[in-house]
Design a protein around this ligand. Structure first.
Ligand SMILES: CC(C)(COP(=O)(O)OP(=O)(O)OC[C@H]1O[C@@H](n2cnc3c(N)ncnc32)[C@H](O)[C@@H]1OP(=O)(O)O)[C@@H](O)C(=O)NCCC(=O)NCCS
Length: 150
């Protein structure tokens, strides 16, 4: 996805609001999850993320997403965000986010199975173990927050 940053999306410093960037991340991840499973999907979790540099009004925000892990009904999507200065062509990386989507059965509204992920490139295979560890930590945090809510 590419988004030209317009004045109505800016904070008082003239750069895009963090919440707007998170909205774009959610959308890019949703489309990626939908394309993988061809089912309705919902956001289950967004991992901690940082904003490493501002994206200013008049610059292009570049958002790219790919699936990095699939389990029974859940999918982890890595989203990379960057900026491009349209006058100089300079590009900067600004954020990386990991988003978990869950596929939903349209009739029962319950989590539904998704197709497996076929790992082809060497970097995809190498990243798989790290993705499994991220999922383990995410589910531990989920269990903690579930207990805290009781
Ligand atoms: C996400 C949701 C469907 C999970 O439903 P649930 O009844 O808790 O189902 P389960 O516990 O069986 O979890 C289903 C899958 O989601 C995963 N999951 C659920 N919450 C998760 C979280 N916080 N982080 C990572 N994975 C999560 C589970 O690990 C499981 O994965 P698997 O099937 O691949 O093994 C449910 O919590 C929900 O509807 N949440 C609200 C979603 C929403 O409104 N999002 C914002 C707008 S789209």
């Amino acid at each position: 996805m590419a988004q030209l940053v317009l004045p109505h999306e800016a904070n008082v410093h003239g750069s895009v609001l963090g919440g707007t960037v998170m909205h774009w991340i959610d959308l890019a991840a949703a489309v990626t999850a939908n394309r993988h499973c061809r089912r309705p999907v919902v956001t289950a979790a967004i991992d901690e993320m940082s904003f490493l540099a501002p994206i200013n009004v008049g610059q292009l925000a570049l958002i790219s997403a790919r699936i990095t892990l699939v389990d029974k009904s859940s999918m982890e999507i890595r989203v990379e965000v960057g900026s491009e200065d349209l006058l100089t062509g300079e590009q900067r990386h600004t954020s990386t986010a990991y988003v978990t989507f869950v596929a939903i059965d349209p009739v029962t509204s319950r989590p539904a199975p998704v197709p497996p992920l076929i790992l082809e490139a060497d970097d995809e295979k190498a990243g798989h173990a790290r993705a499994i560890e991220r999922r383990r930590q995410r589910l531990a945090r989920r269990a903690e927050s579930t207990t805290a809510g009781r």
